[in-house]
Design a protein around this ligand. Structure first.
Ligand code: F6R
Length: 642
């Protein structure tokens, strides 16, 4: 994540940067910093920890400046420290920048720049870019001539052309105090067009107090932002004409990115989250273990993997269990944290314990980590989202989920990151334990997952429309087989916690052993039916339920020509292997649960004639009062009690 803000204009910049950063703190809070141009020199102030630390440290300072940039960090490359905090500079200290994203090839570039004499002050990928711009700048300025802004722009574009990965960057130079340069590849960057002043930020709330006129910089575009003008070009310098749009949201709506709830905003963030999760982890047809917390482990000596988590994290662990065994050929077990703490676990020197948590503060998961440690000093990996949380201090190795702050109580993007991370880990095991596995197909599917999920989000209108049918249901079953059973569990979790509709998940073959008794005419059953080994078995199960007049909602794959005959409603998601279909179906079920809840809320608020007035996604301007989607009743985001 990370949040960026920049300003150029007649006002004093420091308060603008600090208030902008406070509005972007949801994007990360490991450290914060600002760089300002004051008395023709760059002044940098940065502090580890939340923005309040930076604000406090600047309280007595009178810094006059009308151009500056700021950053709030969600650490990826390099630990949480003052020196790794942004902004970063080149060797001369005349070029300064802030960055959101990952510069994937920074290591090679850093090595090359080091041989040319560049000295680095931090462990970050970001600092390498400042030096790369400096290097290009030295190349383009003709000997004996004074450098111009055009030279600086040229150097900026040349450096960005060498960057692999996603980024948004905001930069300025002491030599050219009239302008801020900005560049974007995937990660968001918005330019705010004011009257005699202009701004740039990762998200609208930071600029909303000054202007409602914005341009969303597109991937591959760079901008030169002066107080009275904004120029946009491509990476080669060709001019691009752009259209601004007017923000109609108020401040509260803006914090949700214009979405009615954090939950739906966070669902939409999933493709970008997975871009971060996958970045640098699949290289040259293999999975890199370093940032997964698995490097240096002798996998041949690991006989069992014990996966621990609570709630949705436990369902992610169950999915992990299937893949560790299938792909990684290592025995795996899943335990709920709340159960494991009272269990007599068999853990020995050949066990790898993996604890999974978004918050890193879940009391039961922490207790289960202690239990594991008491049983045997086994190797302990924590898969965790919240940096600096208790869990990060309890485990030997940390693998970050990189989902950014998740504000909605019901987990969405963090869960998707958990299952994707566990799939990568299982493939990492396969490299040692299962050389016969045809891994490349899975690696390709994982690499393409962000785009696959972007396509899946295009089903939103259809899913919303379909969900109106389910708002008056009292209960539902979700069924799947194999890896789609944990996926079904997570589907019911979302429906239950958001809509308060009772739901249960079963492995599809289990219904006939008891749960069938509940089924009656019109009873809704959500069936996960991707193409694959168990597809035909799923069709037989569906037929059995149809014979009992159940109502079938099938989540199937594009190109499936049979399923429509067996189901009342079908959602056709982009095709993938059974294993990877779990990430795709998860997104579909999250959207489904969200819209069932939203429309159920509308129908409670407005019982008369509601069928005719359900607003479709993109047209929702108000939210129902009866259901609080972001804060479901009886739940908390971080369960720090037993
Ligand atoms: C469900 C949900 C919870 C959490 C569980 C564990 O949407 O969010 O079930 O998954 O409370 O929380 P963490 O992952 O923070 O340990």
């Amino acid at each position: 994540m990370c949040g960026i803000v920049g300003y150029v204009g007649p006002r004093q910049v420091l308060p603008i940067l600090l208030s902008g950063l406070s509005k972007l703190e949801y994007r990360g809070y490991d450290s914060a910093g600002v760089a300002l141009l004051s008395d023709d020199r760059i002044k940098i102030f940065k502090k580890k920890g939340k923005i309040v630390n930076l604000i406090t440290s600047l309280q007595d300072k009178d810094i006059r400046s009308t151009l500056g940039i700021g950053h709030t960090r969600w650490a990826t490359h390099g630990g949480v420290s003052d020196s790794n905090a942004h902004p970063h500079t080149d060797c001369s200290g005349k070029i300064v920048l802030v960055h959101n994203g990952i510069f994937e090839n920074y290591y090679e570039v850093k090595a090359e720049l080091a041989t040319l004499g560049h000295k680095f002050q931090s462990e970050t990928d970001t600092e390498v870019l400042a030096h790369l711009i400096e290097h290009e700048y030295q190349k383009v300025v003709p000997l004996g001539l004074a450098p111009t802004l055009a030279h600086f722009e040229q150097a900026f574009r040349a450096a960005l052309r060498q960057v692999e990965g996603g980024y948004s960057i905001v930069c300025f130079s002491q030599d050219h105090p009239e302008a801020i340069l900005a560049g974007r590849m995937h990660n968001p960057l918005i330019i705010g067009i004011g009257q005699g002043e202009n701004l740039v930020a990762s998200d609208v709330p930071a600029i909303l107090p000054y202007t409602k006129e914005v341009y969303n910089l597109q991937s591959g575009e760079v901008a030169t932002i002066k107080s009275n003008s904004v120029k946009v070009t491509d990476l080669e310098g060709h001019a691009i004409s752009f259209q601004t749009r007017t923000i109609t949201w108020n401040a509260e709506q803006a914090e949700k990115g214009g979405y009615p709830h954090f939950l739906i905003k966070e669902i939409h963030e999933t493709p970008n989250v997975l871009r971060q999760v996958l970045s640098g982890r699949i290289i040259d047809h293999h999975v890199e273990g370093a940032t997964l917390g698995l490097d240096g482990l002798d996998l041949r000596k690991i006989r069992k993997v014990t996966l621990l988590g609570c709630g949705s994290a436990a369902y992610a662990c169950l999915y992990g269990k299937y893949l560790f065994e299938r792909w990684g050929r290592v025995t795996a077990e899943m335990f709920y944290g709340s159960e494991f703490r009272y269990h007599e676990p068999v853990i020995d020197g050949e066990t790898l314990v993996i604890a999974v948590s978004q918050s890193g503060e879940t009391a039961d998961t922490l207790a289960s980590i202690h239990k594991a440690k008491e049983s045997h000093p086994a190797r302990l990996v924590g898969i965790v989202n919240a940096h600096g949380s208790s869990m990060t201090r309890e485990v030997d190795r940390i693998c970050h989920l990189q989902a950014g702050p998740e504000i909605s109580v019901a987990s969405t993007k963090a869960f998707s990151s958990m299952i994707t991370t566990l799939a990568l880990m299982a493939l990492y095991f396969a490299q040692t334990n299962n050389p016969g596995l045809a891994m490349q197909g899975f690696l390709d599917e994982l690499s393409a997952l962000p785009e696959t999920l972007e396509k899946t989000l295009q089903l939103e209108d259809q899913i919303a429309q379909l969900s109106t049918f389910y708002i008056h249901k009292q209960s539902a079953y979700y069924i799947g087989r194999d890896v789609n059973y944990p996926c079904a569990l997570e589907g019911t979790q979302k429906l239950k916690e958001l809509s308060y509709i009772h739901a249960e998940a079963y492995p599809a073959g289990e219904l006939k052993h008891g749960p069938n008794a509940v089924i009656h005419a019109g009873f809704p059953i959500v069936c996960l039916v991707p193409q694959g080994r168990v597809y035909k078995k799923m069709l037989s199960n569906i037929q059995e339920m149809r014979a009992r007049e159940a109502h079938i909602l099938a989540i199937a794959q594009a190109g499936d020509t049979q399923i429509a005959k067996h189901a009342d409603h079908v959602i056709y998601q982009p095709a993938s292997s059974e294993e990877i279909s779990v990430m795709v179906s998860t997104l579909v079920m999250q959207l489904f649960a969200y819209y069932v809840t939203l429309y159920k809320g509308f129908s409670i608020d407005q019982p008369e004639g509601i069928q005719k007035v359900y607003p479709m996604p993109g047209h929702i301007t108000s939210v129902p009062k009866s259901i609080d989607i972001d804060k479901p009743r009886n739940l908390a985001k971080s369960v720090t009690v037993e």
